[in-house]
Design a protein around this ligand. Structure first.
Ligand SMILES: O=C(CO)[C@H](O)[C@H](O)COP(=O)(O)O
Length: 217
Protein backbone atom coordinates (compact mmCIF):
# COMPACT_ATOMS: atom_id res chain seq x y z
CA UNK A 1 0.00 0.00 0.00
CA UNK A 2 1.25 3.47 -0.87
CA UNK A 3 2.43 5.98 1.69
CA UNK A 4 0.16 8.90 0.76
CA UNK A 5 1.53 12.42 1.17
CA UNK A 6 -0.91 15.23 0.29
CA UNK A 7 0.91 18.30 -1.02
CA UNK A 8 -0.02 21.49 0.81
CA UNK A 9 0.83 23.54 -2.26
CA UNK A 10 -2.80 22.91 -3.28
CA UNK A 11 -4.26 23.63 0.18
CA UNK A 12 -6.38 26.63 1.12
CA UNK A 13 -3.87 29.15 2.50
CA UNK A 14 -6.68 31.25 3.98
CA UNK A 15 -7.58 28.34 6.22
CA UNK A 16 -4.56 26.08 6.55
CA UNK A 17 -5.68 24.93 9.98
CA UNK A 18 -8.81 23.32 8.53
CA UNK A 19 -6.76 21.51 5.87
CA UNK A 20 -4.28 20.32 8.52
CA UNK A 21 -7.18 18.97 10.57
CA UNK A 22 -8.65 17.24 7.54
CA UNK A 23 -5.32 15.54 6.72
CA UNK A 24 -4.83 14.56 10.37
CA UNK A 25 -8.24 12.91 10.43
CA UNK A 26 -7.64 11.18 7.10
CA UNK A 27 -5.70 8.03 6.20
CA UNK A 28 -2.85 10.18 4.83
CA UNK A 29 0.55 9.14 6.15
CA UNK A 30 2.69 12.21 5.59
CA UNK A 31 2.36 15.99 5.13
CA UNK A 32 4.23 17.02 1.95
CA UNK A 33 5.45 20.63 2.16
CA UNK A 34 6.85 22.29 -0.98
CA UNK A 35 9.36 25.10 -0.52
CA UNK A 36 9.97 27.20 -3.66
CA UNK A 37 12.38 30.09 -4.04
CA UNK A 38 11.41 31.74 -7.33
CA UNK A 39 14.93 31.02 -8.60
CA UNK A 40 15.33 27.26 -9.00
CA UNK A 41 11.64 27.07 -9.87
CA UNK A 42 9.43 29.80 -11.35
CA UNK A 43 7.21 30.08 -8.29
CA UNK A 44 7.48 31.15 -4.64
CA UNK A 45 5.59 29.23 -1.96
CA UNK A 46 6.40 29.48 1.76
CA UNK A 47 9.27 29.04 4.19
CA UNK A 48 10.20 27.55 7.56
CA UNK A 49 7.72 29.74 9.50
CA UNK A 50 4.72 28.04 7.85
CA UNK A 51 6.35 24.62 8.29
CA UNK A 52 6.69 25.39 12.00
CA UNK A 53 2.98 26.26 12.30
CA UNK A 54 1.93 23.15 10.37
CA UNK A 55 4.28 20.98 12.48
CA UNK A 56 2.42 22.07 15.61
CA UNK A 57 -0.84 20.64 14.24
CA UNK A 58 0.38 17.12 13.55
CA UNK A 59 2.35 14.10 14.67
CA UNK A 60 2.43 12.76 11.10
CA UNK A 61 5.71 12.85 9.20
CA UNK A 62 6.56 16.32 7.86
CA UNK A 63 8.12 15.65 4.47
CA UNK A 64 9.76 18.90 3.33
CA UNK A 65 10.75 19.24 -0.34
CA UNK A 66 13.22 22.07 -0.94
CA UNK A 67 13.03 23.45 -4.48
CA UNK A 68 15.64 26.07 -3.71
CA UNK A 69 19.18 26.96 -4.75
CA UNK A 70 21.91 26.69 -2.09
CA UNK A 71 19.72 24.52 0.17
CA UNK A 72 22.60 24.05 2.63
CA UNK A 73 21.97 27.61 3.89
CA UNK A 74 18.49 26.64 5.13
CA UNK A 75 18.89 23.06 6.37
CA UNK A 76 19.16 24.12 10.03
CA UNK A 77 16.11 26.39 9.73
CA UNK A 78 13.97 23.52 8.50
CA UNK A 79 15.30 21.24 11.23
CA UNK A 80 14.24 23.87 13.80
CA UNK A 81 10.86 24.19 12.06
CA UNK A 82 10.27 20.46 12.63
CA UNK A 83 11.00 18.69 9.35
CA UNK A 84 11.32 14.91 9.68
CA UNK A 85 12.37 14.26 6.09
CA UNK A 86 14.31 16.92 4.18
CA UNK A 87 14.70 16.56 0.42
CA UNK A 88 17.10 18.62 -1.67
CA UNK A 89 17.39 18.68 -5.45
CA UNK A 90 20.37 17.00 -7.08
CA UNK A 91 20.41 19.90 -9.55
CA UNK A 92 20.83 22.43 -6.70
CA UNK A 93 23.72 20.77 -4.85
CA UNK A 94 27.30 21.42 -5.90
CA UNK A 95 28.44 19.20 -3.02
CA UNK A 96 25.61 16.70 -2.83
CA UNK A 97 27.45 14.22 -0.59
CA UNK A 98 28.25 16.99 1.91
CA UNK A 99 24.63 18.22 1.85
CA UNK A 100 23.32 14.71 2.56
CA UNK A 101 25.69 14.36 5.51
CA UNK A 102 24.64 17.79 6.80
CA UNK A 103 20.95 16.80 6.82
CA UNK A 104 21.60 13.43 8.45
CA UNK A 105 23.94 14.88 11.08
CA UNK A 106 21.01 17.01 12.30
CA UNK A 107 18.92 13.88 12.84
CA UNK A 108 16.59 14.26 9.86
CA UNK A 109 15.93 11.68 7.19
CA UNK A 110 17.37 12.71 3.84
CA UNK A 111 15.88 12.62 0.36
CA UNK A 112 17.25 13.74 -2.98
CA UNK A 113 14.90 14.90 -5.73
CA UNK A 114 15.45 14.51 -9.47
CA UNK A 115 13.95 16.70 -12.17
CA UNK A 116 12.42 14.91 -15.16
CA UNK A 117 15.63 15.28 -17.22
CA UNK A 118 17.99 13.96 -14.52
CA UNK A 119 18.76 10.22 -14.77
CA UNK A 120 18.40 8.08 -11.66
CA UNK A 121 21.96 6.83 -12.32
CA UNK A 122 23.23 10.26 -11.22
CA UNK A 123 22.63 9.08 -7.64
CA UNK A 124 24.53 5.80 -7.86
CA UNK A 125 27.43 6.99 -5.67
CA UNK A 126 25.19 8.26 -2.86
CA UNK A 127 22.15 5.99 -3.07
CA UNK A 128 23.18 3.90 -0.04
CA UNK A 129 23.13 7.06 2.11
CA UNK A 130 19.61 8.08 1.16
CA UNK A 131 16.35 7.45 2.97
CA UNK A 132 14.40 8.48 -0.13
CA UNK A 133 14.67 9.47 -3.77
CA UNK A 134 11.96 11.84 -4.99
CA UNK A 135 11.35 11.47 -8.71
CA UNK A 136 9.63 14.55 -10.13
CA UNK A 137 6.93 13.41 -12.54
CA UNK A 138 6.28 17.00 -13.68
CA UNK A 139 8.62 19.96 -14.01
CA UNK A 140 8.71 21.44 -10.51
CA UNK A 141 7.02 24.72 -9.67
CA UNK A 142 3.28 24.24 -9.90
CA UNK A 143 0.54 21.84 -8.90
CA UNK A 144 -2.03 20.53 -11.34
CA UNK A 145 0.30 19.47 -14.17
CA UNK A 146 0.14 16.29 -16.23
CA UNK A 147 2.17 13.21 -15.24
CA UNK A 148 5.18 12.64 -17.54
CA UNK A 149 4.89 8.99 -18.76
CA UNK A 150 8.68 8.33 -18.91
CA UNK A 151 8.64 8.58 -15.09
CA UNK A 152 7.52 4.94 -15.01
CA UNK A 153 10.80 3.85 -16.66
CA UNK A 154 12.79 5.90 -14.14
CA UNK A 155 10.92 4.25 -11.26
CA UNK A 156 11.62 0.75 -12.65
CA UNK A 157 15.34 1.50 -13.10
CA UNK A 158 15.66 2.94 -9.60
CA UNK A 159 13.72 0.05 -8.05
CA UNK A 160 16.18 -2.37 -9.71
CA UNK A 161 19.16 -0.43 -8.30
CA UNK A 162 17.63 -0.44 -4.79
CA UNK A 163 16.78 -4.16 -4.92
CA UNK A 164 20.27 -5.09 -6.21
CA UNK A 165 21.85 -3.26 -3.27
CA UNK A 166 19.43 -4.67 -0.71
CA UNK A 167 18.78 -1.21 0.75
CA UNK A 168 15.54 0.31 2.05
CA UNK A 169 15.61 3.66 0.23
CA UNK A 170 12.06 4.79 -0.56
CA UNK A 171 10.90 6.06 -3.95
CA UNK A 172 8.55 9.05 -3.85
CA UNK A 173 6.66 10.29 -6.91
CA UNK A 174 5.61 13.91 -7.09
CA UNK A 175 3.45 15.55 -9.73
CA UNK A 176 0.33 14.61 -11.65
CA UNK A 177 -0.57 11.65 -9.42
CA UNK A 178 -4.26 10.77 -9.86
CA UNK A 179 -6.70 8.03 -8.95
CA UNK A 180 -6.22 6.75 -12.52
CA UNK A 181 -2.42 6.39 -12.52
CA UNK A 182 -1.67 5.62 -8.85
CA UNK A 183 -1.80 1.83 -9.26
CA UNK A 184 0.54 1.86 -12.29
CA UNK A 185 3.02 4.08 -10.45
CA UNK A 186 3.05 1.68 -7.50
CA UNK A 187 3.38 -1.33 -9.82
CA UNK A 188 6.49 0.27 -11.35
CA UNK A 189 8.06 0.28 -7.87
CA UNK A 190 7.13 3.45 -6.00
CA UNK A 191 6.57 3.65 -2.22
CA UNK A 192 5.27 7.19 -1.65
CA UNK A 193 2.68 9.13 -3.67
CA UNK A 194 2.50 12.90 -3.38
CA UNK A 195 -0.89 14.25 -4.43
CA UNK A 196 -1.84 17.91 -4.52
CA UNK A 197 -4.76 18.77 -6.77
CA UNK A 198 -6.09 15.21 -6.78
CA UNK A 199 -6.67 15.52 -3.03
CA UNK A 200 -7.33 19.18 -2.29
CA UNK A 201 -9.40 19.99 -5.37
CA UNK A 202 -11.60 16.93 -5.03
CA UNK A 203 -15.16 17.08 -3.70
CA UNK A 204 -14.26 14.94 -0.68
CA UNK A 205 -10.50 15.10 0.02
CA UNK A 206 -10.64 12.60 2.89
CA UNK A 207 -12.41 10.08 0.72
CA UNK A 208 -9.94 10.69 -2.13
CA UNK A 209 -7.07 9.88 0.23
CA UNK A 210 -8.88 6.71 1.32
CA UNK A 211 -9.30 5.77 -2.34
CA UNK A 212 -5.58 6.33 -3.04
CA UNK A 213 -4.79 3.96 -0.17
CA UNK A 214 -7.32 1.39 -1.35
CA UNK A 215 -6.28 1.44 -5.03
CA UNK A 216 -2.64 0.83 -4.07
CA UNK A 217 -3.31 -1.97 -1.56
O1 LIG B 1 6.33 19.63 -6.06
C1 LIG B 1 5.32 20.00 -6.56
C2 LIG B 1 5.33 20.99 -7.65
O2 LIG B 1 6.64 21.33 -7.91
C3 LIG B 1 3.98 19.49 -6.04
O3 LIG B 1 4.19 18.69 -4.90
C4 LIG B 1 3.27 18.69 -7.07
O4 LIG B 1 3.13 19.40 -8.24
C5 LIG B 1 1.95 18.18 -6.54
O5 LIG B 1 0.87 18.74 -7.16
P1 LIG B 1 -0.09 17.91 -8.11
O6 LIG B 1 -0.35 16.61 -7.43
O7 LIG B 1 -1.29 18.79 -8.22
O8 LIG B 1 0.64 17.72 -9.42
Amino acid sequence: MAIVAPSFLSANFLNLEADCRMINESEADWFHLDIMDGRFVPNISFGPMIVEFIRKTTTKVCDVHLMILEPEKYVEDFKKAGADMLTVHEECCVHLHRNIQQIKSLGMQCGVALNPHTPVESLKEVLDDLDMVLIMSVNPGFGGQKFIPNTLNKIRTLRRMITERGIATKIEIDGGVTLDNAAAIMKAGADVLVAGNTVFKSRDPKDTIAQLKKITR
